[in-house]
Design a protein around this ligand. Structure first.
Ligand SMILES: [Ca+2]
Length: 285
């Protein structure tokens, strides 16, 4: 409620600020890495220090796809199309805030930035954002997040006058996972080589069962995501992406996570243990 209130106050001042306020801070000055400029490339595999629950599996590796996706797992994904394929799609495991044919190769402005988030203040902020969206649930005590920002990205074969800025955040407490999509600016929806197939927004577990398309995907109106929401916060969508946790018992291995589980042999990592009991209460050991 606090965040909604602040938004309201700012809406009386400047619209430019309100748009930017959807996004959490990004860019090299915030420690982001930058994806090499290009057309359809995928980042090197990024090992993450937690097993991230995404529906029925846990993943300790992600990849950033320039064309608007975060991919899970160690598949090569080399044959992944720049034109969006309608979910469900077998074997593509991703969150896709805006799958469309980005081209930054010859651009001097557009970039894709990404970083891991483990600082407690940002994690608490994400906790609050999700808690505001799902007020009936207990706080989630996130222990890890990753943010990818597509900043001012132009489209393949399109005028560079048209640019998109959006952000995907994935976060988890080791049991519950969420994706947050923030849409700041959407000015194009289909590259010139995509046969009028407009952008798709959603997620896909790759199992042909767990997937979602945000309304207006595959239509020119998908640009309206900057004003739409599933949580009454224009330009923001939040999804629970860890499936049903009703089966999690406090004595099952699934209920216990150590973060980070991977570290240098010489040590130096803080180790935190989390146990989830009765679906929503978290004990910090
Ligand atoms: Ca591309």
């Amino acid at each position: 409620m606090l965040i909604l209130f602040i938004e309201t106050v700012h809406s009386q001042t400047t619209t430019a600020n309100i748009a930017r306020r959807k996004l959490i801070p990004f860019g090299p000055e915030h420690g982001d890495a930058t994806l090499v400029r290009g057309d359809d490339q995928i980042s090197d595999p990024i090992n993450i220090p937690i097993r991230f629950p995404f529906f029925n599996h846990k993943y300790d590796e992600i990849k950033i796809q320039i064309n608007g996706m975060i991919l899970f797992g160690n598949q090569s994904y080399q044959s992944l199309s720049y034109t969006p394929r309608r979910f469900p799609v077998d074997g593509i495991i991703c969150v896709a805030p805006f799958w469309a044919d980005v081209l930054t190769r010859d651009d001097s402005t557009g970039n894709i930035f990404y970083r891991q988030i483990t600082d407690q203040s940002t994690l608490s902020e994400l906790d609050q954002i999700v808690a505001n969206a799902f007020p009936g649930q207990a706080t989630h005590r996130f222990i890890w997040a990753y943010v990818v920002t597509w900043y001012e990205v132009p489209g393949y074969g399109l005028s560079s006058l048209y640019r998109n800025t959006f952000q995907a955040i994935i976060t988890t407490n080791g049991i519950n996972s969420f994706s947050i999509y923030n849409y700041d600016k959407l000015q194009w929806t289909v590259g010139s080589a995509s046969s009028s197939v407009h952008a798709q927004a959603g997620f896909n577990a790759g199992d042909m069962k767990n997937y979602f398309l945000i309304d207006k995907s595959f239509t020119p109106q998908v640009v309206q995501l900057v004003d739409n929401s599933n949580i009454q916060f224009p330009g923001r969508f939040i999804f629970s992406i860890s499936g049903d946790i009703a089966d999690v018992e406090c004595n099952t291995p699934d209920g216990l996570q150590v973060a980070p589980f991977r570290g240098p042999p010489e040590g130096g990592y803080e180790i935190r243990l989390y146990v989830v009991l009765q679906h929503s209460r978290i004990l910090h050991v």
